[in-house]
Design a binder for this molecule. Sequence first.
Ligand SMILES: NC(=O)C1=CN([C@@H]2O[C@H](COP(=O)(O)OP(=O)(O)OC[C@H]3O[C@@H](n4cnc5c(N)ncnc54)[C@H](OP(=O)(O)O)[C@@H]3O)[C@@H](O)[C@H]2O)C=CC1
Ligand SMILES: CC(=O)[C@@H](O)[C@H](O)COP(=O)(O)O
Ligand SMILES: [Mn+2]
Length: 407
Amino acid sequence: MNPRTVVILGSTGSIGTQALELIGRNRDRFRVLALSAGGDNVGLLAQQALEFEVEVVGVAKATVAQDLQLAFYAEAQRRGYAQGDFRIPKIVTGPDASTELAGMACDVVLNGITGSVGLRPTLAALDAGTTLALANKESLVIGGPLVVKRVKPGQIVPVDSEHSAIAQCLRSGTADEVRRLLVTASGGPFRGRSRAEMTDVTPEQAMNHPTWDMGPVITINSANLINKGLEVIEAHLLYGLPMERIDVVVHPQSIVHSMVEFIDGSTVVQASPPDMRLPIALALAWPDRIPDAAPSCDWTTASSWEFEPLDDEAFPAVQLAREAGERGGTAPAVLNAANEVCVQAFREGRLPFLGIVDTVARIVTEHDVPSYEGLSVDDVLAADAWARTRARELTAATDQRQETTQA
Ligand SMILES: NC(=O)C1=CN([C@@H]2O[C@H](COP(=O)(O)OP(=O)(O)OC[C@H]3O[C@@H](n4cnc5c(N)ncnc54)[C@H](OP(=O)(O)O)[C@@H]3O)[C@@H](O)[C@H]2O)C=CC1
Ligand SMILES: CC(=O)[C@@H](O)[C@H](O)COP(=O)(O)O
Ligand SMILES: [Mn+2]
């Protein structure tokens, strides 16, 4: 069996590092051709590149090119390599670096970048005809039909745990036997609270996810459930069901990763402890399973799984995302871009927690979705840019109000 060739985008992040840990244990199955990252952690990127002897490394920040070169020599020295024992990979820098790497000839591109900046790499992988292991849900959500129309059957394999679970459950029946999809949500660190009880929550509290250890943006998105809203749109786009047949169920243990209800009344669930290495492994090896990718459930000790309905009043983000998904066009791009800016403002103490969803809702309402004959990448990116500008204006105003109040 020839190893699958893999390109990993966002290799220094939560998804990227877990993917490399898994590949490190399965070197007979995978060969890493290229890695990319933003450029915030060139030391780790150089370490990964030498460890996996990759051919190409990409960084979005052109300014760190020299630091990356130095990091390679420092890492080689740390490993005790003599000159000639190692080869520095080709380095690609700039905002298009990941898009260039995504278009390389390989078997699988894993898109583990955070944010709408992952759109062009997603499209490049699809246009190259490569299987896309998709963690970067934002690119699918904002691209919508633009992404879907490029996808050959089976070309996107979801990494997101819920969508991986649904893909596994769907193996139990045919498409016309599916009644609805049930996307599970942990409920985040503030599950059970009213809106009033979330007025003063801090970034530190919002970062304290009860079940998953993830990057900062998705962790905040899980705390107000905007992540779940994005995931409903993601499920709609991946599986073609209308959004009214996609429900959200709160399941605090994060062991059941989602479910499919079939027309005969049967519900099939996918269960495993919360560990992203399982869906990452399945996405990289699809349709095969990798032995011991992650631990399985322990059935020898007593445990209980709870399920409860979502409190839409305290957590209006899912409904907000549904509405943006129904409006279509550039509305999901506006929702996502405004959210990215608001999350940053919250993390920097410039916006209260509840202000994230409130501000996103305001910007989505202000956005006049043009009726596009055919949505283009430029349309999506223009809407993304508009929403960012608007969110910066509104969060700057919030900041000033806070300063005025304090004064
Ligand atoms: N973490 C998880 O368990 C899950 C994550 N996801 C999704 O996966 C994606 C990644 O999440 P996560 O790993 O948590 O995020 P992290 O913040 O941990 O990692 C993000 C990665 O993207 C890189 N990056 C940032 N900007 C760019 C850019 N312009 N070009 C190339 N790379 C860039 C970062 O590089 P640098 O280090 O240099 O900044 C880093 O490697 C998100 O879309 C998230 O929603 C979905 C399900 C679960
Ligand atoms: C691991 C994963 O897929 C995340 O998207 C996770 O679902 C976040 O947890 P929440 O269910 O709290 O959003
Ligand atoms: Mn998820």
